[in-house]
Design a protein around this ligand. Structure first.
Ligand code: FAD
Ligand code: MLT
Ligand code: ZN
Length: 472
């Protein structure tokens, strides 16, 4: 029966785009963090929306589950199949066409398999900014960004992926094509299907194309690294920048001493240019459409005010684009340094800024009491309250063994504090299979049951990415 299905896939896609040899499938089976490895009946590589629709119809007729996949850079195992060997991976990388750039409407219409960085570049070539930006931008794809509602470093100014999306084209679980590919900024015609599919991690439909917003490309950008002594000063500094720079503030990223120590251990050329290893290093970026001097002056004025108010103890302003890029690389390399260090525990959380100090103080202190020597790799997009409160084992301990013994209790410790502060246990990475079991307790029974009802209504056969986000 399965051989017959494989042949039918070949008839839709062309045989060379149906991968069934073990060696060919390997690159699609393990997630970026190397936390999950699954098996797959086949890896399917469609080129058009019609091909996706025909594949879904075949899968629906044969009750075969589909795992949609983009760049496979997600952190929650959402794009990794289970171990049954009965699921197919539908990787969208061949659907990589920019369909149109509409300058008057300031929109780009593009297919799901476009790599994020190439979208930024295509937009810039036409003098537009596509503001979504994250460390994986060289390999993640716009379909995956939409399916996870990715955040990244520009959220405080431009919002999450959801805020950048105006329209979608989606293949449903029945293999129908929903054409919602409009570039409208207002459209109150009933339930918002677009927003339902965004962030649904491939469980409600397969995103094949989208209309995304573009913005005027800033002409001047200044980046600075500053040192702060504690989280209270860091938050006060954010408030100061928000007041003085308003919409010119496009980046506010926080890195702790321990995060940067890990960075330097694995990437010695990424040394912090600030003196004396400060407790907190903050990367701040201002962008504008006025002259370089205007923004530079504003930045210097705000920094002077911050020095006078004792909010910061040191500052380095990037003197050119290359140095600014080095500052950003330092920030982005923390994730890579953690991967070099071995298995680690991630907590991608949001906390209201008003509760952030209390969250960090209490969680750090409980963590250090219970797990002496543990390294708290705490960094993130502080400008929008998003912390990556990641945990590495005490030096000298085997990370896998440490995680096996303590993972559950450490998650519980952090999540209890998140609940106390009315935060979220997934700010930007999603749920996937990693947080499947935590969702009901976190969202509450009513919200969780509504999510399951939606899943049953849209995918009654449970063939789209089953046992990710919610199980029905
Ligand atoms: P995948 O990993 O392939 O898939 C992710 C989920 O989306 C899966 O559930 C999959 O089934 C589903 N999916 C994929 N494509 C489709 C589609 N076309 N239709 C329906 N469902 C689909 N994330 C952030 O939010 N902010 C960050 O700052 C950030 N930094 C990162 C830095 C690094 C170094 C790395 C490795 C990852 C980072 N991530 C970050 C996580 C990751 O890059 C994002 O979640 C990204 O949006 C995933 O895109 P992808 O194409 O790799 O999707
Ligand atoms: C980042 O912001 O660099 C990633 O989302 C974080 C992570 O590694 O947890
Ligand atoms: Zn992040």
């Amino acid at each position: 029966m399965m051989q017959g299905l494989i042949e039918q896939f070949g008839a839709v896609l062309g045989k060379q785009y149906v991968l069934t040899d073990d060696a060919d499938k390997v690159p699609y089976l393990t997630d970026w963090r190397k936390r999950y490895t699954g098996k797959a009946l086949a890896v399917l590589l469609p080129k058009t929306t019609d091909e996706v629709a025909n594949i879904v119809k075949l899968c629906a007729a044969h009750h075969v589950a589909i795992v949609p996949q983009g760049g496979h850079t997600g952190f929650c195992g959402g794009a990794t199949p289970d171990n049954s060997g009965n699921q197919v991976i539908l990787n969208l990388k061949r659907m990589n066409q920019i369909r149109a750039i509409d300058s008057a409407n300031q929109t780009i219409t593009l297919e799901a398999g476009c790599i994020l960085q190439s979208v930024q570049e295509k937009a810039a070539a036409q003098d537009f900014l596509f503001p979504l930006s994250l460390g994986a931008e060289g390999s993640c794809m716009i379909g995956g960004n939409l399916a996870t509602n990715a955040g990244g470093t520009n959220v405080l100014r431009y919002g999450n992926t959801r805020d950048l999306c105006l329209g979608l084209e989606v293949v449903t679980a029945q293999g129908e094509i929903w054409n919602g590919i409009k570039g409208l900024r207002k459209d109150n015609t009933g339930y918002d299907l677009r927003d339902l599919f965004i962030g649904s991690e491939g469980t409600l439909g397969i995103i094949t194309a989208a209309v995304m917003k573009l913005y005027p490309l800033p002409v001047s950008q200044w980046t600075t690294l500053v040192a702060t002594d504690n989280i209270a000063s860091t938050i006060a500094l954010l408030t100061l920048f928000q007041k003085r720079a308003t919409s010119l503030l496009t980046g506010f990223e926080m890195m702790t001493q321990e995060s940067l120590a890990l960075n330097e251990k694995h990437f010695p050329h990424m040394a912090n240019p600030l003196k004396g290893n400060p407790p907190f290093t903050v990367l701040i970026e201002l962008s504008d459409h006025e002259s370089e001097e205007h923004v530079r002056k504003l930045l210097e004025t705000i920094l002077e005010e911050a020095f006078s108010a004792n909010l910061i103890s040191d500052a380095v302003i990037a003197s050119n684009l290359s140095q600014a890029n080095t500052f950003w690389h330092m920030r982005e390399h923390i994730t890579l340094a953690q991967a070099e260090e071995g298995a680690n525990l991630k907590h991608d959380i949001t906390i209201p800024l008003s509760s952030l100090e209390s969250f960090i103080q209490d969680t750090d202190s409980l963590m250090r009491q219970k797990y002496p020597g543990v390294r708290i790799i705490n960094f993130g997009h502080l400008g929008d309250g998003n912390l990556h409160y990641n945990i590495a084992p005490p030096l000298g301990l085997d990370p896998k063994a440490f995680n096996l013994s303590h993972e559950k209790a450490i998650h519980e410790l952090v999540y209890a504090q998140v609940e106390r502060c009315q935060g979220s246990i997934s700010a930007e990475h999603g749920v996937g299979q990693l947080k499947l079991a935590d969702l009901r307790a976190h969202k509450g029974a009513v919200a969780h049951d509504l999510m399951k009802a939606l899943k049953r209504a849209l995918d009654p056969q449970n063939i789209l990415n089953p046992h990710k986000v919610v199980s029905i």
